[in-house]
Design a protein around this ligand. Sequence first.
Ligand code: ADP
Ligand code: ADP
Length: 228
Amino acid sequence: MKVVILLGAPGAGKGTQAPLLANRLGVPIVATGDLFRSAVRDGTPLGLEARRYMDAGQLVPDDITVRLLLDRLGRADAHGGVVLDGFPRTAVQAAALDEALAERGERVSAAVLIDVPEDEVMRRMSGRWICRAAGHPYHAVFSPPHTPGVCDIDGSELYQRADDEPDTVRARMAQQLGALADVIAHYRTAGVLLSVDGLQGIDDVAAAIDAALVEAGLADAVESEDVR
Ligand code: ADP
Ligand code: ADP
C-alpha cells in the first residue's frame, strides 16, 4: 500500500500537484478540504459543524477530521494506497493515521513537503479559482484555465472560495502554520520526510516531487515527458 502525504502551507500547491502524483502512483486522492466542502454543500450535520471552523480559517477539531478521513480510507478504492492532500494537519491526526495504518500492518510511505515562503502563498491564494465539481485549482495569472470560468478537466464552473478572502487567509496562516511545523517534525522523526522547493513553476515542482519519489524508491524512473 502506497500512502503518500502532501504537506505545505495553505496555498503551497498541494491541490495542484495531487492529481499528477496520484496519476503517477495509480492511487486516488483523498483531500479532507474537498470532503469537508462537499459535506457543507450537502448540508450534513458534519458539514454544518465543520463550516463554523472553515469560515473562520480554523482547523476543524481532530476527532471530526479523523473520523471523516478513516471512513474515506475504508472505501475499496483506497486499499492499494492514497495520496493525502490536507491531512494530517496536526500531530494528533498524524498519530491517528499511524495507528490506523499499523492495524493493517502498513505505514506512511512518504510525506512530501512543498516548501513555499508565506508572502508567495498569500499571492497564490488571492488569485485562486477552484472548480465546483472536484475542486481542481487554477490561478488567474499563474495557471489560468483554457476557457475563462470553466474547468479544463471536467467542464464545471470555477469559483473563488469564501475562505480565500485575504483576512481569512491571514487567520488561516496564523492558526495553521504552527501545527504544520509539528506535522513536519513528526515525519522527519519517522524518517519519511521529503522536501521540495515549491517556489518554482508548477511543472518544475512536479518534476522535483517525482525525482524525490524515485530517489526514495517509491516510483520507477521514467523519461521526463512520460511523467504527466
Ligand atoms: P487549503 O487548500 O487552503 O490548504 P483545504 O481545502 O485543504 O485548504 O482546507 C480548507 C479548510 O478545511 C481548512 O482551512 C480547515 O478549516 C478544514 N480542513 C481541511 N483539512 C483539515 C484537517 N486535516 N484538519 C482540520 N481541518 C481541516
Ligand atoms: P493548496 O492545495 O496547497 O492550498 P493550491 O494547489 O490550491 O494549493 O494552489 C494555490 C494557488 O496557487 C492556486 O491558484 C494554484 O493555481 C496556484 N499555484 C499552485 N502551484 C503553483 C506554482 N508552482 N506557481 C504558481 N502558482 C501556483
